[in-house]
Design a protein around this ligand. Structure first.
Ligand SMILES: Cc1cc2nc3c(=O)[nH]c(=O)nc-3n(C[C@H](O)[C@H](O)[C@H](O)COP(=O)(O)O)c2cc1C
Length: 400
């Protein structure tokens, strides 16, 4: 866990891969899991139950959040002893909100792509075009072993994921769709109805969670959005360049980039850092160590040692998506400045988590977002472009 620094310069302002005119998007992790988003005994006024989450979703959309992400895990574990299923929970949140897009995390090894494509079309109709998915290739082998499902070795999981996403997109956009791959065989299939037609959106957004070399290559080939675990500037830039190179190699537009970060906004930087210190001091050690053991199937299992959790310290793993590394810790002004510095490096979306979700999501919208928008507008102007309307950005998803 590093102190903030100015690691790595921003990309050149003329880099065509960086879109300064488009407002940043914001998302929050749905706490559909007990124990909050840090594995620590520090007080967390966050609940995993539906009533809490319904209220949170409404607070978030009023606060200016565009997306919510429901995580998927079948065996509640590592500091969490209860977990709601992601697709059904997401659908219920969509039904309870008006603007928020809700992303459900899904494992290819647990779902058939045709079944998921159909499910999401129905969710899309119920919600007026707000359903989305995060395709995650998995790390928790015990779930697959326990369910009697095959566990593929690391890079092979991404071969299957690439096929899975190609099929989702095909079934959402084509009639009589066929795909004959290594893992799936689809013949002349048409799903009717198709997803809702939303201006600027070809089909429900396809997010992608995975950070290894194999993941970066697959995401460049098929994803609409690439999610990075928490990273400093340098770590983010490395992924940004690799995913862009993978897309360019097949002549495709690169996905857009989301970055995870744990937000601790307080009146003073000292207060924020004290809170982080308390989270770490009160870490649930056995749960964090157990998690460290299980994630050896992810980044650490790769030949080049790149990928999620490959170089995470004990402190990093307390926020199990390395969220402290992004360093969104300090006063609202400091956090807003850091967020915009990430935008200059190619981040399009901040995926955020908190100790006390309802209060802090509202505070983020009130105290941080207006500063971000001002800084974004200044930055755009400095580079001779006009910042788009954040409200409009929230109604269109970018036309991949
Ligand atoms: C933003 C984000 C969200 C994720 N959500 C989940 C999830 O809900 N369930 C899950 O099993 N894995 C999730 N993952 C982990 C991926 O499934 C994958 O195991 C992990 O990225 C390690 O892959 P790698 O070795 O390719 O880096 C997520 C990853 C990211 C970046």
């Amino acid at each position: 866990m590093k102190e903030p620094s100015s690691e790595g310069p921003p990309m050149s302002s003329t880099d065509p891969r960086i879109d300064l005119a488009r407002p940043l998007s914001f998302a929050y992790w749905v706490p559909n899991v007990s124990g909050g988003l840090v594995v620590s005994t520090i007080e967390q006024r966050t609940s995993w139950d539906f009533d809490y989450n319904k209220k949170l979703a409404r607070i978030a959309e009023d606060a200016g959040f565009e997306y919510a992400l429901s995580q998927t895990r079948y065996a509640a574990s590592y500091g969490a002893d209860k977990q709601h299923e992601a697709t059904s929970f997401s659908l219920a949140l969509l039904a309870a909100t008006e603007k928020l897009k809700v992303i459900a995390a899904v494992h290819p090894g647990m779902w058939h792509p045709g079944v998921l494509a159909k499910y999401i079309i129905t969710a899309d109709h119920i919600s007026g075009g707000r359903a989305a998915v995060n395709i995650v290739s998995g790390w928790l082998r015990a779930e697959f072993d326990g369910f009697g499902l095959p566990w593929l070795e690391h890079d092979e999981r991404y071969v299957r994921t690439e096929e899975f996403i190609s099929i989702l997109r095909g079934l959402w956009t084509e009639q009589d769709f066929s795909f004959h791959g290594k893992y799936y065989d689809i013949s002349d299939f048409t799903l009717s109805p198709a997803p809702v037609s939303v201006p600027g959106r070809a089909h429900p957004d396809i997010f992608f969670g995975g950070n290894s070399t194999a993941a970066r290559i697959a995401a460049g080939h098929v994803a609409d959005w690439y999610f990075s675990n928490g990273k400093d500037f340098e770590g983010f830039t490395e992924q940004f360049n690799d995913v862009h190179a993978s897309a360019a190699a097949i002549g495709r537009t690169a996905p857009r980039f989301g970055l995870n970060g744990f937000v601790i906004a307080r009146d003073s930087e000292k207060e924020a850092r004290d809170t982080l210190r308390e989270i770490v001091e009160k870490a649930h050690r056995p749960a964090v160590e157990g998690f460290r053991g299980a994630v050896q199937e992810a980044g650490p299992a790769t030949k080049d040692g790149k990928g999620m959790w490959a170089d995470s310290s004990f402190e990093d793993l307390i926020q199990y998506n390395d969220g402290f590394r992004t360093q969104l810790i300090g006063t609202p002004e400091q956090i807003a400045e850091r967020i915009v510095a990430y935008k200059q490096r190619g981040v399009n979306l901040l995926l955020t988590c908190y100790l006390h979700f309802q209060e802090e999501v509202a505070a983020f919208g009130r105290d941080i977002l207006p500063i971000v928008r001002e800084l974004e507008a200044d930055l755009a102007r400095k580079h001779g472009v006009e910042l788009g309307d954040p409200e409009l950005a929230a109604t269109s998803t970018g036309g991949h």
